[in-house]
Design a protein around this ligand. Sequence first.
Ligand code: SF4
Length: 457
Amino acid sequence: MCGVFGAWSPSGRKVLEDVYLGLYALQHRGQESAGVAWINREGGISSRKGMGLVHLALDQATLAAEQTSCAIGHVRYSTAGGSEISNAQPLTASTSRASLAVAHNGNITNALGIKLLLQNRGAIFHSGTDTEVILHLMAHQPHKEPIDALIDSLVRLRGAWSLAMLVGQNLVAARDPWGFRPLVIGKRDDVYYVSSETCALNLVGASVVREVAPGEVVTFGPDGMDCLPLPVEVKRHFACSFEYVYFARPDSVIDGRSVYQVRKTLGKKLALRSPCPEADLVTGMPDSGTIASLGYAEESAAPYEQTVVRNRYVGRTFIEPTRRVRELGVRIKLNPITEVLTGRKVVVVDDSIVRGTTCQRMISMIRDCGASQVHVRISSPPVRFPCYYGIDTPSRGELAAARMNLTQLGTEVGADSLAYLTEEDLVESIGLPRECICTACFSGNYMEGGEENEPEL
Ligand code: SF4
């Protein structure tokens, strides 16, 4: 997970407040820490980082006053390295040729191998992140121009990396050759932006220019904007299908596809594939299943109803985990509407089942309110394999769909029936060619040689 954002103004406009706002819009991609880095008046790099949500980690007023026309930012959800301030990004470094800062979304699958090689040559690592290898690889090429050193470093990486970087006086956006995670360029007046998602461009009033292409490095700096292809040949792309299913904000557009529309289509296809003619109403798991449930209801005879209300302030306030609070469990967050549920046959739509516990609790809560039947429909195929590309899934043994068959899992979560979307329907709903989409957590078809490729340094 994680979100990255960057801004550059050739006319010297202040951009750091926009980066703060961009991170605010990308908060759903990571809540553990937030940070910004910018080119300061002396031409070096300054940074601020903190733990928690953007508004707790960073001070908007201080950043708004900062005179900088080139900056990046990051919100973090840890997939490599623990949740601590030393792993918060952007990571910064100074080499003999340039000051550097990097904000990364994704997971570099051969980072450990690279790290061991560099450590054997005396490199000292300061964080537990996979991202730090990029800075060390660049520092190990002091004879090269910084952008050339960056390109030479990036071609050695495997896995997922959408980057916003500061390299000397340049803002740099780069995307791995497989295109796992989204990265888009926007523009407002003379200011260029790079962002994990278009929803953050909307917030700062920028329009979408285009996606950063898989395997492309885009630089913005004193010499203007330049686009450089990475000299890496790949057999196919791996755009993450889970971004459409769950992870991206529904008001974002990825690869020209509205996440909202894709999610609704998933629900419609699910209704056609696995109807539930006896149902009185269709509802969604708040908030992950809401849009797919609207699509499901549209294709079925039963209407959509909101059956559970989420306390919007959970997550922003801290409740002491006392025994009483633990007993209340999911009710702290979600409260069902008994009057809508009593005596009704209900279809509950959710985006996925990972460990199965959330689904189980939701079904038991709905039954406690008097629902006579609860049928579960999932708007993606069963998650049977872990993700190595930047989404935090548990190990295979903890994945409910890897441990149990459909009938066992239905019984485990307490459903009267359980059905999933097929992989074929998922790919069709996204609308990209099959060979461009990653479905590894559903199918186990990982990127060829992705984990075991040893780097040559
Ligand atoms: S394995 Fe799943 S979550 Fe990970 S990149 Fe592929 S589709 Fe996305």
